[in-house]
Ligand binder design. Structure first.
Ligand SMILES: *Cc1c(COP(=O)(O)O)cnc(C)c1O
Length: 419
């Protein structure tokens, strides 16, 4: 195996770790046997150390001993409480506007439908939903389903998969028929950070509402939903928020949109009803953000989310973001040092302001090489047809890990090319 040419040495990586203020946090996550480099913290974050004990204590005490009394003793309020914690740590949201429930897909459906119906109620001509071709599949499919169900028209912005949607494209796409604009804040493939403030303003000028998908930004890139004037956001809690597989998702709805009869989510369940234990006839939505809840909240899944969000709050999202840029800069520096003939290129924005917490490399051999990487304990995501996505979770990834992992990536591509 050849050495990474003129790029940074492993010793340099070690020294960067020794000097980095975030390195101690890497120890506060469970380490995985046999994993040399985990590059998928943006798909499934590592568990915070202590989650296993907290879960065991929860099962024994809150559930096992307190039994159903725990609903009154706290669980009932968790969707809003843990929601507020995520809102303040990750979303730039003042209290009372964020809730935890369901999955991203289901919450997207509920919030998107509430927004499009509201827009049509205010102006029957606003029957258009604007979205982009490179948004995550679930976002596109949910939008297609709602369009079919409500007789809406979809307008697609053709996004460049190596970058993302620009304000100019949004300006050209939204108009007097647009009800809602649905976009990802950070593109799941390229890591492009949309100019959310400018885009929200442009959409509002056209009379549209904006729903941001915050799956790939919550916990890695500062999100300022209140300051942007965003209308709504939905995202998952198992990526950079370390909530664990199938963790409940977060939804934000700006306070100015609460308690409006025409703005109602469609899954009217008892837990989102005003005074649920009255068991009365007829649905009346709970006040405020609680109205986004449908059935019994997934309490067990909220425990790890709470711990992940607490750690994020302890560090502060601006510090996390600075650490994230240090890691992606370092990865970039290594890839830049590789010979041209290797043919590996970075398909992500170089500019800091537009770069999220992950970068994607492209090479035709990645499809073939990818299983070998997993065998060798290097775990990125493969994104068809030729993308290798490196999610460098800033609190749990070290410089040495980046160095070691990229060395294996390079050697496997060289082997596949017969060098
Ligand atoms: C990960 C991700 C999802 C996942 O949705 P689930 O309902 O949790 O499966 C949705 N949208 C985007 C942009 C994502 O990155």
């Amino acid at each position: 195996m050849s050495d990474p040419g003129t790029g940074p040495s492993r010793e340099q990586a070690r020294r960067l770790d020794a000097a980095d203020p975030l390195t101690p946090f890497a120890e506060r996550f469970e380490r995985a046997e046999g994993v040399l480099a985990y590059f998928d913290g943006n798909s499934l974050g590592r568990p915070v150390a202590g989650v296993a004990d907290a879960m065991a204590a929860f099962v024994r005490h809150d559930w096992g001993s307190r039994l159903i009394r725990s609903w009154d003793e706290g669980w009932m309020g968790w969707p809003e409480e843990v929601g507020d914690l995520v809102g303040s740590a990750a979303l730039g949201a003042a209290p009372g506007q964020t809730v935890l429930a369901d999955s991203t897909t289901v919450l997207l459906y509920k919030v998107l439908r509430a927004l499009v119906d509201h827009q049509v109620a205010l102006d029957p001509a606003r029957t258009e939903l604007v979205l982009d071709t490179d948004n995550f599949p679930t976002d596109r499919y949910v939008a297609e389903g709602i369009a079919a169900e409500r007789g809406l028209r979809l307008t697609w912005i053709d996004a460049d998969p190596d970058t993302g949607v620009s304000p100019e494209q949004v300006r050209a796409a939204v108009g007097e028929r647009t009800g809602v604009l649905l976009l990802s804040h950070v593109a799941y493939r390229s890591g492009w950070v949309a100019d959310a403030e400018a885009i929200t303003r442009l959409a509002h000028e056209a009379g549209a509402l904006v729903l941001w998908d915050t799956c790939h930004s919550a916990g890695s890139v500062p999100v300022h939903l209140d300051d942007w004037g965003a209308d709504a956001a939905v995202g998952c809690c198992y990526k950079y928020l370390n909530g664990g597989p199938g963790a409940p998702a977060h939804a934000y709805l700006a306070a100015r949109h609460h308690d409006i009869p025409s703005l109602r989510q469609p899954v009217q369940g008892w837990m989102g009803r005003r005074d649920p234990f009255a068991m009365e006839q007829g649905y009346r939505p709970a006040a405020g953000i609680r109205a986004l809840v449908s059935g019994t909240p997934p309490i067990v899944g909220m425990l790890p989310v709470r711990m992940g969000a607490q750690m994020l709050a302890e560090v502060g999202i601006e510090e996390v973001r600075a650490g994230s840029l240090r890691l992606t800069d370092f990865a970039w520096q290594i890839v830049d040092s590789w010979p041209e003939e290797l043919g590996i290129r970075v398909a992500s924005p170089r500019e800091h302001a537009r770069r999220g917490g992950h970068i994607t490399l492209r090479h035709p051999a990645f499809a073939q090489v990818y299983p070998r990487l997993w065998e060798r304990g290097v775990i990125p995501d493969f994104r068809s047809p030729d993308g290798l996505r490196l999610g460098l979770a800033p609190l749990s990834t070290t410089f040495v890990e980046v160095w070691d992992g990229l060395r294996v990536v390079r050697s496997e591509v060289e082997a596949a090319m017969g060098r």
